[in-house]
Design a protein. Structure first.
Length: 139
């Protein structure tokens, strides 16, 4: 996964936030988080869903490709309450808020409608965990 992340990060930065392959045409961001215990900075490429009315708000999904556990970046961002994103050619600070209930379900359903792979991730985690959805709002 590390090699994949490194290649995707390099491609993202070389192409003003665009990547090819399975993610061609999808909105991508690079999430920067600090390790909860290590303090080390991590950068993780992920798809996002832009908010329909707030251009400074995006949603990210802690799918971990349907694994039974949440990704580290999710735990790091929620513990900190803030982070940094690279979006296109911009880098900026964000405030993190985890969505719950009907709000979470609505946003996840929209992402799954646009990108059917998210339906499969949800199927894989059914009965194990609910995939977290985070709102990232420009600070």
């Amino acid at each position: 996964m590390s090699d994949w992340n490194t290649k995707t990060i390099e491609e993202f930065r070389a192409n003003e936030g665009r990547v090819g392959g399975n993610f061609e045409g999808a909105p991508m961001t690079l999430l920067h988080s600090r390790g909860r215990t290590s303090g080390r900075e991590y950068v993780t490429p992920t798809m996002y869903l832009p908010d329909e009315t707030e251009p400074d708000t995006i949603y990210v999904f802690a799918t971990k490709r349907g694994a039974p556990t949440n990704p580290d970046w999710y735990r790091n961002l929620t513990a900190a309450g803030d982070g940094t994103v690279e979006r296109g050619t911009e880098t900026y600070q964000v405030i993190v808020r985890e969505l719950t209930g009907a709000e979470r379900d609505r946003i996840y359903a929209e992402q799954a409608r646009r990108y059917p792979g998210f339906v499969e991730y949800e199927r894989r985690t059914a009965g194990v965990r609910t995939i977290p959805v985070l709102e990232l709002k420009r600070a």
